[in-house]
Design a protein. Structure first.
Ligand code: ZN
Length: 334
């Protein structure tokens, strides 16, 4: 666009220099009007829409839905602030799809870019061989170089991380569903959604949550001595990777005849199983997904892990977000 205006100015100046202004000026004027007018019209239509009785009536009808959305947005930020999204501290290549391998070399170009990230958290500077091996067997190398041990403490740590991530993912997804449903029931004109989506939400009173799930990222990085060649393997601890890590750790622990095999593993599969077992119904207040399609349900330890509760099917229950929030607030005050 700046090029376009520069072009217009050059043409005008040239035309004025050769005295063709009486042709050029009207043409320029028409072009400018054609460019600016649609935006102006859209702006007026937008203001009229947001002031229309139809919009205001729909907005009023949705007030309680919007209020609940905003409460869940606040709850989402509580989850984000309250949990730890970092860890405390496969033998066959079958997990290699969990890692991404990048060649970040920039030959003869911006050498300063490939400076090793020494000291940055979760970056392991290593040989090219290790970067390649980590790409083939990310979990093995993650455990080896980032000191995740096959013991019950580290396994519980990984499970807690997975649980926190799943809970936040769940809440963020719930917000998105609610926003989509609010939009669908108001049915704004297409141009509103295209050009004024955020303004639309703020007119209705929907507080858009800026929260994204902070997946921990682990990186194996090789930077050549000259700095002009670099390769890296990145392992992102999303739910799939965490579940695979939980599985790998538990196998190793079971292999060394420990007691960890006696309990269930906190994975996406188990969380889904508990919700299904409880018929997607809150065990405290009996509200169900069938009664409320956008209900945010969570899987909760009856006796919290911090109080010595174990991850067993008996000690897990489905709670709605309200009951779970009240329960955890009580535990914090006790
Ligand atoms: Zn409930």
């Amino acid at each position: 666009m700046p090029y376009f205006w520069a072009f217009v100015i050059v043409i005008v100046v040239l035309a004025l220099m050769v005295n063709y202004w009486y042709i050029v000026l009207p043409v320029v004027l028409i072009v400018v009007v054609a460019l600016v007018l649609p935006g102006l019209i859209r702006h007026v239509r937008k203001n009229r829409y947001f002031a229309s009785e139809e919009f205001l009536a729909k907005k009023a009808a949705l007030a309680s839905v919007v209020a609940e959305h905003n409460e869940i947005a606040a709850y989402t930020s509580e989850i984000r602030g309250g949990a730890k999204f970092q860890l405390g501290s496969s033998q066959t290549g079958s997990h290699s799809h969990l890692a991404s391998f990048e060649n970040t070399s920039a030959h003869k170009y911006r050498r300063d870019r490939n400076v090793a990230e020494y000291g940055a958290s979760n970056v392991h500077n290593c040989s090219l061989q290790v970067v390649r091996n980590a790409s083939a067997e990310p979990l093995k190398y993650l455990m080896k170089y980032f000191d995740i041990k096959a013991n019950e403490t580290d396994l519980a740590d990984v499970e807690n991380l997975g649980d926190a991530i799943a809970r936040l993912e769940n809440a963020v997804r719930n917000l998105q569903q609610r926003e989509a449903s609010i939009t669908a029931s108001i049915e704004p004109p297409a141009f509103i959604l295209r050009y004024y989506a955020d303004e639309f939400m703020s007119h209705i009173g929907v507080e858009l949550s800026p929260i994204v799930v902070p997946y921990p990222v682990y990186r194996f990085e090789y930077v050549s001595a000259g700095g002009n060649s670099s390769q890296r393997t990145t392992v992102t601890l999303d739910t799939e990777t965490i579940d695979a890590l939980v599985d790998t750790l538990s196998r190793k622990i079971r292999f060394s005849k420990s007691a960890a095999g006696q309990r269930a593993l906190m994975t996406a599969k188990l969380r889904a199983f508990i919700k299904k077992r409880d018929d997607h119904t809150c065990r405290y207040c009996s509200i169900s997904l069938a009664a409320e399609p956008h209900l945010l349900l969570e899987v909760d330890h009856v006796i919290p892990v911090s109080k010595g509760g174990l991850t067993t099917q008996d000690n897990l229950q489905t709670l709605c977000w309200r009951c779970n929030r009240t329960k955890s607030n009580k535990i914090i005050t006790i």
